[in-house]
Write a protein that binds this ligand. Structure first.
Ligand code: GLU
Ligand code: ZN
Length: 311
């Protein structure tokens, strides 16, 4: 046996888009960063389709996203993981958490919670109204997990030390929704574990989900991956480019120009002549020169007008 194989850390990264529409520039930015980080570390790069939130799925979006990744030369390892094919995994994680007596049914409506916050303050934090309810006495409920008084701490490769008092900030959170769908927070943790993900590279808009995910990982006996939260791309008004703000599908007519500009937005300072190279050559340059540190001071970036990837 190779003596170093035990100590050599493996790197398994992933890009996990939700198939709610075509890939837009902001998602391609995240995909590229996670790809470069994985390949720079000789790691695997997996693609997962986060399609557990079925009402938000758009027919055809998953295959459009995959085609776009390929058009930009972002080739993944292994077969695509679709969340919707692994519901049994979420069921068994839920059962394990239930056995720890940490779950309870929450029958609060959104309106009830808004009214409650209006009268008692507390903003978005769930105030624990249903904490003492029993499953067998309820129907039509969401499942919440009891948070405790511990502080969750983690180190983010770009954002640095992060600590959050989960109960004080978020309160107990939902892991299965009233419509019976598993919540993103539970699904992502189970999937990352099932896929053996060691490094998560994603947008900073998910930074405040991370402590919930580490809380769940710890309860389920999973080892938390390393995290890196990237700045997000915004429009001139400072709004995140997202499918919700109707950001357009990324323009695929000139992949080299788009990749070049995305490298600039990743603060990689590519040499000017690289813009005339083939996508594979640009990616190769990006992989060997990858150093995310210059992104440390940024939480959002606005692509300039006339950016090659915008229609
Ligand atoms: N599916 C999530 C999204 O599209 C990303 C999940 C993650 O990276 O943890 O925003
Ligand atoms: Zn409730």
């Amino acid at each position: 046996m190779n003596p170093s194989s035990k100590t050599t850390p493996v790197y398994i990264g992933r890009f996990a888009p939700s198939p709610t529409g075509p890939l837009h520039l902001g998602s391609l930015y995240t995909a590229l960063a996670s790809f470069l980080d994985a390949r720079h570390h000789q790691g695997k790069w997996l693609v997962r389709i986060d399609d557990v939130d079925t009402p938000r799925n758009t027919p055809g979006a998953a295959s459009l996203i995959l085609k776009t990744l390929e058009a930009f030369g972002l080739h993944w390892d292994e077969t695509i993981y679709y969340e919707s094919q692994h519901i049994n995994r979420y069921e068994s994680a839920l059962a394990r958490l239930k056995a720890l007596n940490l779950l309870y049914p929450c029958t609060c409506s959104r309106k009830h919670l808004t009214d409650y916050a209006h009268h008692h303050g507390g903003g978005d934090r769930y105030p624990g109204i249903c904490r003492d309810k029993n499953f067998h006495e309820q129907n039509d409920y969401a499942v919440r997990i009891k948070t405790d008084n511990g502080v969750i701490e983690f180190f983010d490769r770009l954002q640095g030390e992060f600590s959050e008092h989960l109960n004080a900030v978020h309160g107990d959170f939902i892991i299965k929704r009233k419509d019976q769908l598993f919540a993103y927070q539970l699904a992502v943790v189970v999937d990352d574990q099932a896929q053996g993900v060691t490094h998560v590279v994603r947008g900073i808009d998910l930074l405040d989900s991370t402590s919930k995910q580490i809380f769940l990982q710890t309860l389920l006996g999973y080892r938390p991956p390393s995290y890196m939260h990237l700045p997000i791309l915004v429009d001139e008004k400072g709004q995140k480019l997202s499918k919700q703000t109707y950001a357009q599908a990324v323009d695929q007519r000139n992949p080299s120009a788009v990749l070049f500009h995305l490298l600039q937005l990743l603060k990689q300072a590519p040499p000017e002549e690289l813009i005339n190279s083939l996508p594979q050559e640009i990616l190769q340059w990006g992989i060997s020169h990858w150093h995310p540190a210059p992104l440390q001071s940024w939480t959002q970036l606005c692509p300039s007008n006339g950016f090659a990837g915008l229609n």
